[in-house]
Structures are given as C-alpha cells and as structure tokens.
Design a protein around this ligand. Structure first.
Ligand code: SAM
Length: 284
C-alpha cells in the first residue's frame, strides 16, 4: 500500500532524480591543474591568510597541491583547524572515517591532521557538477593524491569495520536539510545511522560530530542519549577559517576500551550491494 508521505510531490521528484542519478554513473575524468601552496594561499581572502599560514607552518600539507581545488583548499583548512582545536590528539595507528564526505574535499585536511589512513563514505556520490563529473570522480581523484585514503561510494549502513576516529560533519537530523540536499525522505534515519556509526568504532575510538544551529545540537544530544552513548558536548565550534554564518556545535564520544571488537577487517563491506551499488575505491 502506498502511504501518503510517499505521494509528497517533492519527495517523488527527489526519488525520481535519485533513480536517474543511479542509472548512469559514468563520469568524465577529473582534470585539475595542480597549484602550489603559495598559489592556493593567494586564493584566500587576505583576512584568512594568517590562520592558514599558521596551519601550514604546523602541518605537512603534502598532497594538497595535487588534490585541492580552491574550494577544497578552503574547506580542508577549515576541518584541519577545527580538528586541531577540538578533537584532541589523533590516533595514527588505526584507520579513520568521514561520514557523508560529499566529494571528498575534506580528505586533505583530515589526513593531514591525523597523518593516518582515512576513508570517506558518501551515499549520494553520483551528483554531477557542470563539467558532468560526479562527486565520486572528484573524491577518488583527491583520495589518490593522499596516502592511505579511499573514497567509498554507498550507504553508511552497509559499511562494516573498526575505525579509531570518525568525523561526522552535519548529519541529517531533520527532513528539511535532507530535502535541500535533494535526497529522498527514506534516507532520513538519524537514530539508526548513529547506532551504526557507533558500532564502527574500535575500543577507545572516538566519534566527533558537528551540527549546525542550536536546534540540531539539541536533537543530536537526544539521539546520543537515546542510543545510550555518553557524548561530551563541546559547545560552539569556532574557527577563523569558517565561511559559515550559522553557529556550529560539536560533540565528542569515546567508545569503551573494553567494548568487544567487531572482529572484522577494518574496511570490509557487506557482500550484498545496495541498489545504489556499493563501491570502495582504493588509492594506489
Ligand atoms: C548535510 S550534508 C554534509 C556534507 C559534509 N559532511 C559537509 O560538512 O558539508 C550530509 C551528507 O551526508 C550524506 N549522507 C546522508 N546519509 C548518508 C548515509 N546513510 N551514508 C553515507 N552518506 C550519507 C549526504 O549525501 C550528504 O552528502
């Protein structure tokens, strides 16, 4: 039986668009002219450069010249700054995961922060840019420029593994942002996704969540509570490199040291592909 929610015209349009996106997944190759760090730095507004230079002097930004376009450079600097301020010491010994990684543009910042291996997982990987290239093609391009990084195409719920650190910038907690991002409503399942993300943490591993606006932060706290996860509310997340108008709030939750290990290879995917077709692409 068709329920009324399924007859919502905007959701129908998103479902149709989703279906179409997953019929033709081929992408033209990503062609990006490498830019030197000084050239990338010049693309920032002058007011942002001191904060960027401070990060450049503190971290090794190898791979950024190859992998970053100007927007990715700015976004990677932002996540690097945020993690360096709020996430505590990185754990280089275990792989890390970024949930909802869009086109992988945070990967340079994430990988530079920890110095270890990173996966980015993205459900809606076949969105296209005006060049007709897909998010996935961009994500794989960026991952190739960074040691130990992979862009994973698919649903978080189909990912199995053990990660020492997980970042989750702006999970969908309400229907409105999901709609704005053009996803069918069936993908709104914040409690289920949180519970699954939690199973992906190795003992002692940490989950770092960033939400937009107070309402989302309150909802996030409720989700943690309902899942039985003790999360530290960091409060407002500030960065001089933030291009965002709305305030952001962070949470950090640590999995118990004595939690039973998943006993599965860190980066194993379930055998059955989703309709979207799961894909893990290895960097060489
Ligand atoms: C609000 S956007 C945030 C994107 C990015 N993290 C950022 O900070 O801009 C949420 C992202 O999560 C992705 N997403 C939603 N549900 C997902 C799922 N079940 N598995 C993997 N990615 C998902 C969406 O496609 C979207 O790219």
């Amino acid at each position: 039986m068709v329920c009324l929610r399924e007859l919502n015209p905007s959701d129908l349009a998103h479902r149709l668009a989703w279906w179409l996106r997953h019929r033709i997944t081929w992408s033209p190759p990503v062609i990006r002219r490498p830019r030197t760090l000084p050239a990338l730095l010049q693309t920032l507004a002058p007011a942002l450069r001191p904060a960027a230079e401070a990060l450049i002097s503190r971290y090794d930004l190898s791979g950024w010249e190859q992998g970053c376009d100007t927007q990715g450079f700015r976004e990677s600097l932002y996540v690097l700054d945020v993690l360096s301020r709020y996430a505590g010491p990185p754990d280089v010994t275990q792989p890390a995961l970024d949930i909802g990684c869009k086109n992988g543009c945070y990967l340079p910042g994430l990988q530079t922060w920890s110095g270890g291996r990173w996966d980015g997982v993205e459900l809606d990987a076949y969105r296209r840019y005006w060049t007709l290239t897909t998010r996935r093609a961009h994500g794989e391009f960026i991952a190739r420029s960074l040691p130990g990084c992979r862009y994973l195409t698919g649903n978080l719920l189909d990912l199995r593994g053990r990660y020492g650190f997980i970042t989750w910038f702006l999970p969908f907690l309400h229907a409105a942002p999901l709609q704005v991002w053009g996803l069918p409503r069936r993908f709104l399942m914040p409690q289920t996704l949180l519970a699954h993300a939690w199973t992906l943490l190795a003992p002692g591993g940490r989950l770092f969540v960033v939400n937009q606006g107070e309402v989302e932060a309150q909802r996030q706290a409720q989700l943690f509570q309902k899942a039985g996860i003790v999360a530290h509310a960091i409060g407002r997340i500030e960065s001089p490199l933030s291009p965002f108008q709305r305030p952001r709030y962070g949470f950090l939750a640590t999995a118990q040291q004595n939690a039973s290990p998943a006993g599965i290879d860190p980066l194993e995917w379930t055998a059955a592909p989703t309709p979207a077709g799961l894909n893990a692409s290895n960097s060489p």
